[in-house]
Design a protein around this ligand. Structure first.
Ligand code: AMP
Ligand code: MG
Length: 412
């Protein structure tokens, strides 16, 4: 891979992470096609319609605790136990003055009662209940519509359906939802040195690991995946693959061959068959990046070094995919600030995405680098649980300084 400058040099021609991300998002249109799915098939999909509550949740006032339903106006006076109600089995009578009904969590509040005395605050003498304190009106009652009033928007179009959203929809009695169709993503790796798993490596050969990273990241985003395999550094094969990928996918990703080395053909080919920008990125890892249009498809040419492939995917491809899937903002990974447990080395010039681990101790949550930070050291990323972002202009970061962190779990 050809390099134009060393790690400690500023490069005025290079694009910043923010500039590149903004340019990518500006030309990443959201899908419009939709599917109608049962909730059991909708996990990870993006809602394509605003959904309002058709009825109140809860639909009836009910008890939040196990205890006794009664009238609070009787104060601490003893109450006569006249019946009981369980979740799903309401009491059909009326609770009058001086009376109470045994009630369990989730059971409908009987008519006449306005309060639930929790059982820990009641003394029981045969069929008489002696309150140990005056139950306040409305105490321990879940009111009708307290969660959602009818007609109120429960979820808006663009919401990514996670387990909590599926449960909310189910609580409203909604069984089927309109979601955007899945994004079709074709990907391939390039390099004469790459060998499939199961083969014996000869001198200079390596296993093709990037395709497994891509498959995992795309699967977690809920994409429809088209794995086009490993392609040799051969312009005819590459051109054929690019054309084929563009015809079948919404988004095409390649890894490797995107620089200006003698066996790097991606730039030249795409200049001819698509409209592509090649960016020298002001970041580490992940210097070269190609982005553009290949027919109807969005194209990303990611750098070949495995750590660069994954870091650039998270910073640029994932936001593009989330936007194209129809998800509403945010598309970019969330950033938190944590103190550094140990100093980190860095030279000013490029935004650094160092691999880090979280440390939870008596000083609270801290973050530390994983040690080896080179872009071919996959074990560092595999042991990391976050990326530590050090700004382009920043120098080395001392222990105790606050640094920006992206959690890898939060990166989907
Ligand atoms: P390239 O971007 O093609 O110049 O590749 C940069 C480095 O990443 C080289 O050391 C390649 O051997 C390595 N590399 C490229 N593609 C892969 C891949 N699919 N899996 C693992 N390593 C790769
Ligand atoms: Mg290569």
């Amino acid at each position: 891979m050809a390099h134009c400058c060393s790690d400690n040099e500023y490069d005025s021609m290079a694009k910043s992470v923010e500039e590149a991300r903004a340019a990518i998002l500006a030309s990443s249109p959201a899908l419009t096609d939709t599917d109608v799915l049962h909730l059991t098939a909708a996990l990870g999909r993006v809602l394509a319609e605003d959904l309002c509550a058709p009825q109140p949740v809860p639909a009836w006032p009910n008890s939040a605790m196990d205890g006794y339903a009664l009238r609070s106006s009787d104060g601490e006076k003893p109450r006569q136990l006249i019946g009981h109600c369980f979740a799903g089995h309401p009491f059909t009578g009326v609770v009058g003055p001086g009376e109470c009904v045994r009630i369990m969590t989730g059971a409908v509040l009987p008519e006449g009662a306005d309060s639930v005395l929790i059982q820990e605050q009641a003394e029981i003498q045969d069929k008489t209940i002696l309150p140990q304190q005056r139950p306040a009106p409305g105490a321990n009652i879940r009111q009708t519509g307290e969660d959602l009033q009818p007609g109120v928007e429960a979820l808006h179009a663009g919401t990514l359906l996670r387990p909590a959203q599926l449960a909310l929809l189910a609580s409203l009695g909604i069984a089927e939802v309109k979601v955007f169709r899945r994004l079709r993503v074709a990907f391939f790796s390039t390099g004469d040195e790459l060998r499939p798993l199961g083969s014996t490596l000869e001198a200079g050969q390596i296993y093709d690991s990037n395709r497994y990273a891509l498959q995992g990241m795309l699967q977690r985003l809920g994409c429809e995946i088209l794995d086009l395999g490993r392609i040799l550094d051969n312009p005819e094969h590459l051109e054929k693959t690019l054309q084929q990928a563009a015809g079948m996918a919404d988004l095409v990703i390649s890894t490797g061959g995107v620089s200006v080395g003698d066996a790097d053909y991606i730039a030249e080919l795409l200049g001819r068959i698509g409209s592509i920008d090649f960016w020298k990125m002001n970041m580490k890892p992940g210097r070269p990046l190609a982005f553009g249009q290949l027919g109807e498809a969005t194209f990303f040419g990611l750098p070949g070094n495995p750590v660069s492939t994954m870091v650039t995917f998270y910073q640029f491809v994932q936001p593009c995919i989330l936007k194209r899937m129809g998800k509403s903002t945010p598309w970019t990974p969330s950033v938190l600030k944590l103190p550094l447990a140990h100093p980190l080395k860095k030279k000013p010039g490029r935004t650094d995405f160092q691999r880090g681990v979280l440390i939870s101790g008596e000083n609270g949550l801290q973050v530390a680098g994983v040690g080896q930070q080179a872009s071919h050291i996959m074990s560092g990323l595999a042991h990391a649980d976050c990326l530590i972002i050090l700004a382009a202009e920043a120098d080395a970061a001392p222990a105790g300084s606050l640094v920006e962190v992206q959690l890898l779990e939060g990166l989907v």
